[in-house]
Design a binder for this molecule. Structure first.
Ligand SMILES: [Mn+2]
Length: 378
């Protein structure tokens, strides 16, 4: 991966076309939406802030940032709810270090709320659970929206989706900045983790606003906390999974490919895809594993190799749901059966489709079907 920062100013305004019109000031628009909302439901609306299942650092940073914004610029007392356990050690460390506390969405009485806001996801995404009877007031995200026929979000008054943006934390940072609020160390640390995680320290997908968000939040962040989040202690199961992933993964020309069967931690799928991507000569990596009735897939590409989203689309061929941006994509396929045969046959289909995407010329010297074990590579 090249170390240079890719900045494309034109992306910002083009991306706005998906969500808010380019001439609309996001904070001004949100203020207007909230004023209208207060007129309808009363001066003191109860707001629920949500994100996708098993939130990553960008989702956690954005949740913390929106909470801060609503409390300090809108005089609200929102509540945050999450779905799904957090498995990745870095993400657990972030929750622990920052003392983040969330309600468990599925045990929450959602009828208490007048409205909901969603960060780092969109309503029709497969990995996001939303209440049916609580109106969605705002969406803040940077992922590719679904095709119009599958969009359930036509009526959301504040729909701020910016495709060119490196992280959702960056988008939230802009609101906080524009509201003239000073960042406290906890919010700054949380936002900083989000920007650095989704942009790999500004090395990919980084816009000028991402850079500003990163530097500004870094300046106010708790530096020793950032270090502890970055290199947390790891449970023994981590090493077992690592060993299994290394022994299962194969190199097929430019592709490092690992279908891991059952995994003890669904986030190890993304973690291994990142890890394999670092292998010299690897231009894309694909890792999958099954956990509690869902098959998780993570795909990474080198910028020069192309976008991850269309590759994932070809690999899933209509099975399950997927999302992505730039060089990163993730997919989930629900398993109607958790037996070995169902799992094997899904992995076979995925393997066949993935290998079809590799140029046969580049497979020379490896067993075309089975690839080469990572530990046997010359
Ligand atoms: Mn994100």
């Amino acid at each position: 991966m090249s170390g240079d920062v890719s900045i494309d100013e034109s992306k910002d305004s083009a991306a706005r076309a998906v969500g808010l019109p380019p001439d609309v000031h996001p904070l001004g628009h949100l203020r207007k939406v909230m004023a209208d909302f207060r007129q309808r439901v009363g001066e003191d609306p109860r707001i629920l802030i949500l994100t996708h299942r098993s939130p990553d650092p960008d989702a956690l940073g954005a949740l913390t940032g929106v909470d801060f914004l609503l409390r300090n610029a809108f005089d609200l007392q929102p509540e945050i709810a999450t779905v799904g356990q957090i498995y990745r050690a870095e993400n657990q460390a972030m929750v622990r270090e920052l003392g983040l506390t969330y309600q468990e969405y599925h045990s929450l009485d959602v009828s208490r709320f007048h409205g909901a806001m969603l960060v780092d996801s969109q309503p029709s995404f497969g990995h996001t659970d939303l209440p049916d009877d609580v109106p969605m007031i705002a969406v803040f995200d940077h992922h590719q929206p679904p095709p119009p026929e599958r969009r359930q979000d036509q009526s959301i008054p504040h729909y701020d989706v910016r495709l060119g943006m490196g992280s959702t934390a960056t988008i939230i940072f802009e609101y906080i900045r524009d509201a003239g609020l000073g960042l406290d160390s906890r919010t700054a640390t949380a936002l900083c983790c989000g920007v650095r995680f989704d942009t790999a320290d500004l090395s990919v997908h980084a816009t000028p606003l991402d850079r500003e968000a990163f530097f500004e939040t870094f300046l106010h962040a708790d530096r020793s906390m950032l270090a502890r989040i970055r290199l947390p202690s790891l449970p023994p199961t981590y090493y077992r999974e690592l060993h299994r992933s290394l022994s299962r993964a194969r190199r097929h020309g430019p592709l490092v490919f690992g279908l891991l069967g059952r995994v003890a931690n669904p986030e190890s799928v993304a973690e291994m895809a990142d890890f394999f991507m670092r292998m010299e000569g690897c231009r894309w990596s694909l890792v999958g594993g099954s956990f509690e009735g869902t098959y998780y897939l993570s795909l990474r590409t080198q910028v020069a190799h192309g976008e991850a989203f269309p590759l994932m689309e070809k690999i899933l061929e209509g099975e399950g749901t997927f999302g992505g941006r730039g060089s990163v994509a993730g997919g989930q396929v629900p398993l109607e059966n958790t037996d070995e045969a169902t799992l094997r046959s899904l992995e076979r289909r995925l393997r066949t489709r993935a290998l079809k995407l590799v140029d046969p010329e580049e497979l020379r010297g490896t067993d075309p079907r089975f690839g080469t074990r990572l530990t046997r590579l010359p």
